[in-house]
Ligand binder design. Structure first.
Ligand code: 48F
Length: 264
């Protein structure tokens, strides 16, 4: 029989609170804040951390992975088009050929491996955390995000008067998927006009999303399906190579910007 070490209940709560607050205080400033913990955001976070960049991923759900847990409809198999199966090799995700240039993998396996590799690389996360606004500095450069507890969005107004908190960063990546939630904050102020996502066309979408991944506003990079929403590109449906390669591209662009933006 296993006998666990005796530990008081208060010690459990104190350990959680101490560890969370220590990390939260450390991450009030990051090199890069990624909003959205789906495939593009996780991939960008993993790649940046592997370059030694300090990364915080903000996710409104209490779980990471976004749309990567499910392939399409209710079916937990996802597809990847060549050459993006090479990313599955890097992540150690098994897959099989479906037809020429098309591969299929278990979505939960791929998602779990991607989350684990972002964690292994050193990415930190704030879950149940909703992007509420952005920080713009005197030259209108984006210098961080404003976040709140995500259930606030579902509370009645009389008990939802909860002020958000700001978090600073040198670069922000909008990886919020179809919503493009960060870019929307600029659109609300007339600083950007989003074209809105086009109808589904896989071949017309994936290459274009990767190609257009980049800095859309000083200090803000757009990645993943947010790219389609911003530039009016077709949606791609249940295939994920474009998301993984867009995340990689976002990390490259962020690393280039970080070389130019001085540490505060
Ligand atoms: O939607 P999501 O998986 O975005 P992605 O990385 O990948 C898109 C694919 O899953 C799929 C597709 C192509 O294959 O069409 O849809 O572009 O992940 C986006 C994450 O951002 C979170 C959301 O909960 C999800 O986990 N998110 C969205 N808005 C906010 C947010 C917000 N305002 N604050 C915090 N997180």
């Amino acid at each position: 029989m296993t006998i666990f070490h005796p530990v008081a209940e208060k010690a459990v709560t104190a350990a959680i609170a101490r560890s969370f607050l220590r990390q939260f205080e450390d991450y009030v400033e990051s090199d890069v804040i990624i909003v959205g913990g789906g495939p593009s955001g996780l991939m960008a976070g993993k790649e940046l951390c592997e370059k030694g960049v300090k990364v915080l991923i903000v996710e409104r759900n209490n779980y990471l992975g976004g749309g990567f847990w499910i392939g399409g409809y209710f079916m937990n198999k996802l597809t990847i088009r060549a050459p993006a199966q090479e990313v599955l090799d890097e992540l150690g995700v098994p897959y099989e050929g479906a037809s020429e240039g098309l591969y299929v993998a278990d979505a939960p396996h791929a998602c779990a491996r991607l989350i684990a590799s972002a964690c292994d690389a050193g990415a930190k996360f704030l879950s149940l955390t909703l992007l509420e606004d952005v920080i713009l500095r005197e030259d209108d450069r984006m210098a961080g995000v404003v976040v709140n507890w995500s259930p606030i969005a579902h509370l009645p107004r009389e008990i939802a008067a909860l002020d958000p908190v700001p978090l600073e960063s040198r670069v922000v990546i909008d990886a919020t998927g179809h919503d493009a939630s960060v870019v929307k904050k600029l659109e609300q102020r007339g600083l950007i006009k989003m074209k809105g996502e086009g109808a589904l066309w896989i071949e017309g979408s994936e290459d274009a999303v990767v190609e257009r991944t980049g800095e859309i506003y000083p200090g803000l990079i757009v990645a993943g399906m947010a790219v389609a929403s911003v530039y009016g590109l077709p949606r791609m449906g249940p295939t994920f190579g474009g998301m993984l390669l867009s995340g990689k591209r976002a990390a490259e662009v962020a690393a280039q910007i970080l070389q130019k933006v001085p540490t505060p």
